[in-house]
Ligand binder design. Structure first.
Ligand code: ATP
Ligand code: MG
Length: 255
């Protein structure tokens, strides 16, 4: 079992879109996948068709009370083999509620021990922030998968990203690795995009996935229907890209 944190402190770079669609395609390939939505925005939750009004136990309850993770896991009705710990806006309060809790960085890590070996992969969708929620995710994870959007400001965040990972590695999670970098909203016809790619490759070498995710309107539409792209339009460019990404991900696991 491997736990992967989808993280970039920059907002709107494609973390959630990558989480929903990578998890779905891996599940379709027969992997048993759990996704934990640790973002109060709950975009993975709604993007997988879960009605937030009908959630009884969420990531908030998992982090702030002594429930078992088994009680918070819901089967995703849309996709076989895919399970989720959903999130609601209540989770925004956890930052403050956990301030005085001992060992608050390790809560998720401890809870995950209860599902050890039950899944092939656990993916955690992080918020675009560096608070206690993200720290819990990074502490619980084996590795970090980072989407980077091909735009001018993309590189500004990269230094900070690497620093954060180094810091967590030093103090909370010595084994944390970089799983990979995914170039999202990619348009190889622009000079800027190519420049960003060159810079990112200089920095991360073979950690950069060969598969890139194009800008694709269908990917942007599918969350409003609560569907992963493979159920919304499995022929579109975005769907093809995420399926390829899942295949490349699995190939890299065998190396
Ligand atoms: P946040 O930091 O707020 O959690 P995020 O990093 O999770 O954001 P997403 O929510 O995945 O980013 O994407 C941001 C917006 O861009 C969303 O409206 C999403 O539908 C859209 N989007 C993501 N990837 C693509 C793509 N490849 N093509 C077109 N639109 C995309
Ligand atoms: Mg998101």
């Amino acid at each position: 079992m491997k736990t992967i944190c989808i993280f970039n402190q920059k907002g709107g770079v494609g973390k959630t879109t990558t989480n929903i669609n990578l998890c779905s395609y891996l599940a379709m390939q027969g992997k048993k996948v759990l996704t934990i939505d640790i973002d109060p925005q709950g975009n993975t939750t709604s993007g997988l068709g879960i009605d937030k009004k009908k959630i009884s136990l969420s990531t908030y309850d998992l982090l702030t009370s002594d429930i078992s993770i088994n009680d918070a896991i819901k089967q995703c009705e849309l996709v076989n083999n895919l399970y989720i710990v959903p999130s609601t806006i209540e989770l925004a309060g956890a930052e403050v509620e956990l301030i005085n809790i001992n060992n608050r960085e390790n809560i998720l890590k401890e809870k995950l021990k209860e599902v050890q070996g039950m899944f092939d992969y656990i993916f955690i969708d992080c918020p675009p922030a560096l608070g206690i929620l993200t720290i819990n995710a990074l502490t619980a994870a084996n590795s970090v998968l980072t989407p980077i959007q091909c735009e001018f400001y993309a590189l500004e965040g990269v230094g900070q990203l690497v620093n954060t990972i180094q810091l967590v590695k030093k103090s909370l999670n010595k084994k944390l690795e970089i799983e990979g970098i995914i170039l999202s909203m990619y348009n190889n016809r622009t000079k800027l995009c190519n420049e960003v790619v060159a810079e990112v490759k200089k920095y991360f070498n073979d950690k950069v996935y060969k598969t890139t995710i194009p800008k694709n309107i269908r990917l942007a539409e599918s969350p409003s229907f609560g569907l992963p792209i493979m159920l919304y339009d499995d022929k579109c460019k975005g769907a093809r890209a995420y399926e390829d990404l899942a295949i490349e991900f699995l190939e890299r696991q065998r190396r």
